[in-house]
Design a protein around this ligand. Sequence first.
Ligand code: HEC
Ligand code: HEC
Ligand code: HEC
Ligand code: HEC
Ligand code: HEC
Ligand code: HEC
Length: 172
Amino acid sequence: MEKKKNLIIAAVLFCAVLLMVVSTGLWAAPKLAQSKAKPGDCVACHVDKKVLPETHPDTRSMDMKACRACHTADNMSLTGKFPGSHTHMLSGVSCEACHGRTGQPEEAPMEKCVACHGPTATLAEKTKDVKPTNPHTSPHYGTELDCNLCHKQHAKSENYCAQCHKFDFKTP
Ligand code: HEC
Ligand code: HEC
Ligand code: HEC
Ligand code: HEC
Ligand code: HEC
Ligand code: HEC
């Protein structure tokens, strides 16, 4: 009798865990499935909300280079208009390039960024003339401040230094 009861408890627990695993999997699945959409096909992912002006040219088959025919750094700059993941997607950098190939996205640590954009000292050299100061080096953190503190891939980018300084950076 006691044995049967334990068996039932074990079965119930097993089902509960299974349900949890399956439901978290389902939660993550649509985002990853959507990632198969072409990066310029905004409406494929943004079904509820307009992310481009009504009269905008059709972007479906465009990449970042095509956007830059009209959007340059000085004219209608796209900096800050959408999350960094979008600039990357439109430049041919897939989700997997940052998150690995597993079904569940792996963390995307700074080493991944540096592998393409670094080394950090070279990056700091590239932005040495940025005013009012170089965002990629400082007396406090050297060149090793985590990229993701400023360059957000899935949210609006931030100006980490602005907590204490009045540097008016436009963070891409
Ligand atoms: C042929 C020129 C042209 C191309 C190519 C183009 N755009 Fe635009 N885009 C415009 C114009 C003009 C506007 C602003 C006028 C308007 O309301 O349509 C605009 C506005 C935008 C806006 C809104 C900006 C704001 O201030 O709210 C976004 C976002 C945008 N474009 C993204 C893109 C992306 C991403 C691409 C490439 C996939 C792209 N555009 C390619 C001409 C272009
Ligand atoms: C340029 C690198 C980069 C690209 C490309 C990128 N991500 Fe990310 N992703 C990150 C970073 C960094 C984080 C953690 C910080 C954050 O949320 O911005 C993250 C967080 C996430 C998370 C939250 C995971 C967690 O552990 O909290 C999910 C889900 C995710 N990304 C999915 C995607 C999908 C789907 C794509 C492709 C459409 C994608 N990412 C493209 C860098 C990237
Ligand atoms: C697989 C290579 C690759 C990886 C990994 C990668 N990037 Fe990029 N990144 C690119 C390419 C390609 C571009 C587009 C360059 C261009 O056209 O200006 C880009 C553009 C950028 C830009 C400029 C965006 C703009 O609007 O001008 C920033 C900032 C950036 N990446 C930060 C990051 C950060 C932070 C990470 C790590 C979370 C990261 N990148 C990971 C390849 C990569
Ligand atoms: C303190 C905030 C901050 C941190 C941390 C940071 N960046 Fe930046 N980054 C900026 C700002 C601001 C710009 C724009 C500079 C300008 O005005 O040209 C920029 C520009 C860039 C660009 C475009 C540079 C170009 O002009 O070619 C890339 C690529 C980039 N960052 C990558 C990285 C990577 C990779 C890391 C981590 C190793 C990192 N950033 C860390 C703030 C930051
Ligand atoms: C593969 C799916 C996908 C495509 C294609 C896509 N987006 Fe997004 N977009 C997302 C997701 C998911 C988020 C939420 C933030 C994140 O995870 O990066 C987002 C967030 C945004 C945001 C900020 C949040 C908001 O709703 O205002 C803007 C703006 C945006 N996207 C514009 C665009 C534009 C413009 C295009 C077409 C050039 C585009 N997106 C194409 C998936 C996509
Ligand atoms: C937690 C607060 C804090 C943060 C965050 C911070 N700083 Fe500072 N910073 C200070 C203080 C305090 C000083 C010393 C002020 C002085 O001597 O005038 C300073 C001094 C400096 C100086 C030398 C003095 C000057 O103003 O020319 C530079 C350059 C500088 N910071 C750059 C940066 C950059 C770049 C960032 C972002 C990557 C940053 N700081 C983030 C607090 C901060």
